[in-house]
Write a protein that binds this ligand. Sequence first.
Ligand SMILES: Cc1cc2nc3c(=O)[nH]c(=O)nc-3n(C[C@H](O)[C@H](O)[C@H](O)COP(=O)(O)OP(=O)(O)OC[C@H]3O[C@@H](n4cnc5c(N)ncnc54)[C@H](O)[C@@H]3O)c2cc1C
Length: 667
Amino acid sequence: MSKTDVINQDLAKERSKCEFNIEELTNYLDGSAQATENRRKLENKVLSTEGLLDKIPEDFLSHKEKYENAVRKAVLFYRALNNAQDPNMSDQEKANATYRSLLPSAVFKDQSPFTLHVAMFIPTILGQANEEQKKYWLARASKMDLIGTYAQTELGHGTFIRGLETTATYDPKTEEFVLHSPTLSSYKWWPGSLAHTANYCVVMAHLYSQGKSCGIQPFIVQLRDEETHMPLPGIKLGEIGAKLGFNTVNNGFLGFENHRIARDRMLMKNAQISKDGTFTKSVNSKLTYGTMVYVRVAIVNGMANQLARAATIAVRYSAVRRQSELKPGAGEPQIMDYVTQQHKLYIAIASSHAFSLIAKWLTRKYYSVTADLEKGNTGELPELHATACCLKAVSTLDTTGLIERCRLSCGGHGYMLSSNLPQIYGLATAAFTYEGEFTVLMLQTARSLVKAWEQASAGKPLSPTMSYLTQKGQSSKWSNSIDGIIDGFQRVAQGKLESAIASIKKYSKQGLAPEDAWNMSSVRLVAASEAHARVVILSTYKSELERTTTSLSEPLRRVLGYLLHLYAFYWTLEKVGDLLLYTSISEGDIQQLEDVYEDLLGKVRPNAVGLVDAFDFRDQILNSTLGAYDGRVYERLMEEALKSPLNAEPVNQSFHKYLKPFMQGKL
Ligand SMILES: Cc1cc2nc3c(=O)[nH]c(=O)nc-3n(C[C@H](O)[C@H](O)[C@H](O)COP(=O)(O)OP(=O)(O)OC[C@H]3O[C@@H](n4cnc5c(N)ncnc54)[C@H](O)[C@@H]3O)c2cc1C
């Protein structure tokens, strides 16, 4: 954080009003005071690297320049990060130091062209390679003497993996696979780094051996010559073009023309092919879920971080910005004094806290289930999968909406790319689609819920996150407490699931095939999944907050309690129609909740700037004219505007070429 001498007076006043120790909250969010220190040291070291931060804003570069600049910075960044990491730290400590730092955001307004190497290539090797393959590929991948990516999606198919058309046909004579893209729609399309950065790739392709289909399998494919970087024969590569965001990620397309790779290039932890082409199926097809779940858990954490960044920008700006009048003659108030503004922003802070705690909880669950899997016990995997699906989906839904709300809450200046809010939105909204599209994931959770409902009806026990479904039909008296609200949300989830199941039965009775009955009921099924996700989020937020805050000071615990209550009341009021339908909530209860919610906004008000300061994003990481620590909003807006290449000369050549002849009637 760059704490300059010139701090906007309104921001300085806000900081003096804060009721808790900001550093204590930062330490809590990082995990400990030591973790904060490690993170800050790492940020200091990396960000002091010469040439890492842009002098000309990325937004003023052409598409090609953006990519070339991003590759230059990615190399510097990777080296700086490696040199800055304390060699005595364990992998876990290193991960903790980078977990919350969003360091790459200081360097890339979008993302690094190496993102896929770290986020998908390495995790896939870890999850799907056998021991021998892991040893070879991880040794190379971890020191980045190759750059990898992950290619699953094709032009014609993303969600429906069984529909992928790329083929890998095993040839026992040469002990090779022949990779082929038989149609235009079979071209791989979307993978980050694929166009011009990566030279290796995990390719998901349909395996055929001995004339039979062996399903979709992962293969490591060399794409480019290691010396010249030219695409290898039989490999067609290119970039897919400009997008809403991710423009420095180098998303590409890839096609194969009977390209041959050796037998040991199939990742063989879960399924194998012998020299003669005999295919051995995975003992348990669920084993491949591991990588997917891991990435989805990481996305929930990513949403907490991006939301925190957007909230920091919008809250600081709202403390600096003055507009209109509240009382005649009292001068223009800070826009944060408008209760509507508080309503727009504080839920973003609370949601970031909720998702951060939930991501940590889900990570612990992931490691415990992975340890069980190693022992051959897959019992807990379906619950983890169902939970990760709906939490990834709902956290990206909420984050996308709340970041856009933060942007809108900054009025016209939020529309400036220099505010960084549009780019943060671009990053978050992509996560709504990749790694499992929203609706598709919600329907996967719905499938588990329907199964759980049937198990509950048969008197069988349910997994912990769904056990509330066994209390079917019980309606307790409404209470405006957090436990009362969780109970109410459980009734809503039950009610919506019951309605979806009744709908499936109705359509089946009418003679529809099971798939058609499911499709006809799918709007209700998605609603049931969302209601279930709200139960998991709220109950986990509460239990994890209680579990992790016992040693914190009373003022901090109080303010974190305000956020939990604000979150619970906000969602109760948002979903009041559902609650009226499925619980005994009364008009009086709702009015009381509205009063308490407004009171809570007032309690968070003096702490709002402190709460976002505690996220501890340095100015380089916020990368925003509106959100810097010192609040020099107007100065920064002007400084950035002056960097526009159009401002380099007083008269643009287009005046002489077009405007002048046009205005003088000579065109
Ligand atoms: C920024 C970005 C980066 C990406 N990076 C990669 C990458 O590195 N590697 C890679 O392989 N891929 C990547 N992808 C691709 C991504 O994984 C897919 O776009 C995603 O899986 C969705 O698939 P789709 O595009 O085919 O959408 P579709 O499945 O065609 O979805 C379109 C619509 O159809 C609906 N729909 C589809 N199936 C169903 C169903 N069964 N029931 C109800 N509705 C349905 C969806 O809800 C959606 O509304 C990336 C995508 C983006 C946007």
